[in-house]
Design a protein around this ligand. Structure first.
Ligand code: HAM
Length: 426
């Protein structure tokens, strides 16, 4: 970071990152990797295969109703040098649907796929919301019904548990888009404004004047009152209760039916859910997902039942922080070779190379600083072991390995160093 008291010198480039995105210094990247490894592991435990795609998409993909209006208003879109309109993906579901639709005949169903993708939304940066975040997407295509929905929810639950959370630390809030369809039918809301009303309902918690907004959208006070009354009276459905039983069979006991969950995206058709942190400091959802049985038909083929979720890294990290579940930093480097006399440098490089062949991660200190400073640097970097190499080591072929945490030292020939480090590191 640039020193705060000094304005950058004239003609100098700022060291600040772009608004709403993050730089990942090694200690941040360590946490990021920890989060990703847990996400990947749990998806793979459920039989999901990893996929990926470019962050660049044809802007058209998001205009063709694959995405919600809100996300559309938040896209980063530009025209490339060949006059094509390009969008940085704001979510992964349209890309996923496009990829499945492109090879629908070849891909054996059901397909279970996951990815951890960075996505871009022009949002107002705030706690839990940035302009670039990474999002785990896990989606199951080709199966409808409670077993498939339960599997997707069990993955979300499994990731939280793998972080060391308990069921008291978070809540899976579920509803069903079909509840809204039934209410819209009985209140006789026009088909062409239903998606807009659903998006308003999704923002209900964030609006103070929700009832007025609904009234204005419908242009009919009586209909608005009937809608609000129906929403208040609907508490669950037999399908959601069936789903609850499925989850309980799988040992998942923190699902709650919350008919206020509607989700903003137009493509959901059935079960919808969000996962919330029980810590009120983290108000933003950790996961959002649901069933979308018609999206794939937008690409011209048959509809294929699909269900999945997105889980963001920003809220995941906030969750780990709030619940004291962050891992402590361990650098990738196990050993630093400090150099006592510059003439020993080539010898140190050779020793490092031999140890790398035995799978030891090792950095050589080229700083030419005093040995004490080199050791302090290793300690600051949290590197656990140091070997100091000078003419004596070069001549005897014996090296003293110092454990910086305990101060313990042991002198060994080169060929026994790796074995000692591995047993000490456990
Ligand atoms: P979403 O609710 O927009 O859903 O995002 C899913 C999760 O991504 C959120 O719960 C949150 O953790 C994270 N997230 C979203 N926006 C931001 C942001 N601006 N900054 C930080 N984190 C954010 C979707 O994107 C759907 N496509 C998910 C899906 C997959 N549905 C079915 N399959």
């Amino acid at each position: 970071m640039a020193p705060k008291d000094k304005a950058p010198k004239k003609d100098c480039v700022s060291t600040e990152s772009y608004k709403g995105v993050r730089d990942f210094y090694p200690e941040d990247q360590f946490i990021q990797r920890y989060i990703f490894e847990h996400m990947e592991r749990v998806c793979e435990l459920f039989g999901y295969e990893e996929y990926n795609a470019s962050i660049l998409e044809h802007a058209e993909l998001y205009r063709s109703k694959t995405s919600e209006e809100i996300v559309n208003e938040q896209t980063y879109t530009f025209t490339d040098r060949g006059d094509r309109e390009v969008t940085l993906r704001p979510e992964m579901t349209p890309t996923f649907a496009r990829m499945i639709a492109a090879k629908a005949r070849e891909i054996p169903l059901p397909a279970r796929w996951y990815t951890i993708a960075n996505v871009f939304r022009y949002e107002r940066p705030q706690r839990g919301r940035l302009r670039e975040h990474w999002q785990l997407n896990a989606d199951l295509v080709g199966v409808s019904g409670a077993h498939a929905d339960a599997e997707i929810l069990a993955i979300a639950h499994g990731i939280m548990m793998s972080f060391g959370a308990t069921e008291r630390d978070f809540e899976i809030r579920i509803s069903d888009r079909r509840i809204l369809d039934t209410i819209y039918d009985s209140v006789r809301i026009d088909l062409d404004i239903r998606a807009q009303v659903t998006r308003l309902l999704d923002r209900r918690a964030k609006m103070d004047d929700f009832e007025t907004v609904i009234m204005e959208a419908l242009g009919n006070a009586e209909q608005a009152a009937a809608l609000i009354d129906h929403l208040k009276r609907t508490t669950s459905t037999s399908y959601l209760e069936e789903l609850r039983i499925e989850l309980e069979h799988m040992g998942i006991n923190n699902m709650v039916v919350d008919t206020k969950i509607t989700r903003g995206f137009d493509y959901y058709t059935g079960m919808v859910f969000e996962v919330f942190d029980s810590d009120p400091a983290n108000r933003r959802s950790l996961f959002g997902g649901g069933r979308y049985d018609n999206l794939l038909s937008l690409f011209g083929g048959d509809p294929i039942p699909s269900v999945g979720f997105g889980m963001g890294d920003v809220t995941a990290r906030d969750f780990l922080e709030s619940h004291n579940l962050l891992p402590s930093y361990v650098p990738a480097t196990e050993l630093m070779i400090a150099i006592i006399e510059e003439s020993a440098t080539s010898h140190a490089m050779r020793l490092a190379q031999d140890l790398r062949r035995e799978d030891v991660t090792v950095a050589v200190n080229f700083s030419s600083k005093k040995i004490g400073d080199q050791i302090r640097q290793a300690d600051k970097l949290k590197i656990p072991f140091v070997i100091a190499v000078g003419s004596q080591e070069r001549e005897t072929g014996r090296y003293t390995i110092k454990n910086l945490a305990t101060g313990h030292e042991i002198t060994l020939p080169a060929e026994r160093i790796a074995e000692h480090l591995f047993s000490a590191l456990g």
